[in-house]
Design a protein around this ligand. Structure first.
Ligand code: ACO
Length: 329
């Protein structure tokens, strides 16, 4: 007997989790001032749209945030952890050098045996993870997958560098993906260009029992900004063309939540009304690989995104990496 392969992968449920400690810009500005770092709520809001971020307490790891988001996604998909046969975690702030955060999440969920691995594509990580899981489901390697973006970026921030430490936050978002004969994910596209690895990096590692190099985030913000607006427009047009859809078919644009100005500029270039843009950067800041599934879950739970809506998800980040996923929710 031959079983036919599923034509599509669909999102069966979403979930997210933010660590409870919320720091408004004002609170962060006060904290930074205690060690001589000058910034202001006005500067942060005007340049980025960020008003607050959440930071995990000491001892809380990416896998803890991932687990909470995963449990919510399982509930919303009306399934149990035992139904899952693939776990992919997108993170640049894993619990350990190894094993993968996905293996740790699997263990915390109390399920054993299914494939579990991490994807490292910084802020494009969730788009990479979704694309890999979609391919595995459509080739029959898995039937139901947990795809998670989880980060504790607060651990790799240099709180003496005002150009970066005000921009990031911690959190996790997750989706349950399942095989389906109806759409589903319509088109995906991934890119990377290693020539730009120096404009956004954490140039350190562990060797001989010590940290080798610098383990804190470095970013050339203006260079990232310039590249981001170009690639986000190109990759959006590309996935739309692959699926024979147009900008006007998109109900919701969910870009990586790094900077409100980048997101608005992308929407303008694609001639999409800004009220089609899902924005959570104001409350979450940039949570790297977690930002897209977090924004998706917030918009689903608030009732803005409904079943049948067409969503365009777009990621961009260190590597330099970028990509997009077009789907019918
Ligand atoms: N508070 C006050 N002043 C500041 C701060 C701050 N927190 N940070 C920088 N400044 C000052 C600078 O010192 C500079 O002053 P100067 O002109 O006297 O030297 C001035 O503000 C302008 O600095 P720029 O860096 O040129 O500011 P810009 O308008 O480019 O905004 C920003 C900076 C917000 C970082 C922007 O470039 C940006 O958003 N870039 C993209 C970031 C991004 O998208 N990252 C996504 C990927 S993240 C990932 O993959 C992990």
């Amino acid at each position: 007997m031959t079983t036919s392969l599923p034509r599509f992968t669909r999102i069966a449920g979403t979930g997210s989790f933010l660590p409870p400690r919320r720091l408004s810009n004002e609170a962060l500005v006060r904290e930074l001032a205690t060690h001589g770092v000058e910034t202001s709520d006005e500067w942060i809001v005007a340049r980025t749209g960020i008003r607050a971020r959440h930071f995990a307490d000491d001892g809380v790891a990416s896998s803890d945030l991932a687990l909470a988001a995963a449990r919510q996604a399982l509930d919303s998909a009306a399934c149990t952890a035992q139904d899952i046969d693939l776990i992919v975690v997108a993170t640049s702030t894993p619990d350990m050098v190894f094993p993968s955060t996905a293996s740790i999440v699997q263990n915390k969920l109390g399920i054993h045996g299914c494939a579990a691995f991490d994807v490292q594509a910084v802020c494009s990580g969730f788009i990479y993870a979704l694309t890999v899981a979609d391919s595995m489901i459509r080739t029959g390697a898995a039937r139901k997958a947990l795809v998670i973006g989880a980060e504790v970026f607060s651990r790799i921030l240099d709180f003496n560098d005002r150009r970066t430490c005000v921009l990031f936050g911690d959190g996790a978002g997750a989706v349950v993906l399942e095989a389906s004969d109806t759409p589903g994910i319509l088109a995906t596209e991934l890119h990377a260009d290693g020539r730009y690895l120096g404009i956004l990096c954490v140039p350190g590692t562990v060797a001989g029992g010590k940290v080798l190099g610098d383990p804190l985030l470095k970013m050339d913000g203006p260079a990232v900004f310039k590249l981001a607006v170009g690639v986000l427009e190109d990759v959006a047009r590309s996935v739309l063309a692959k699926a024979s859809r147009s900008e006007s078919d998109v109900d919701w644009l969910i870009p990586h939540q790094a900077n409100l100005r980048i997101m608005q500029s992308t929407a303008r270039k694609l001639k999409m009304a800004t009220d089609k843009l899902v924005v959570t950067v104001d409350e979450h800041a940039n949570t790297s690989a977690a930002s897209i599934p977090l924004a998706l879950d917030v918009a689903v739970r608030s009732g803005r995104i409904a079943r049948g809506d067409t969503l365009l998800l777009e990621g961009v980040g260190g590597g330099f990496t970028w990509g997009a996923v077009l789907l019918d929710y």
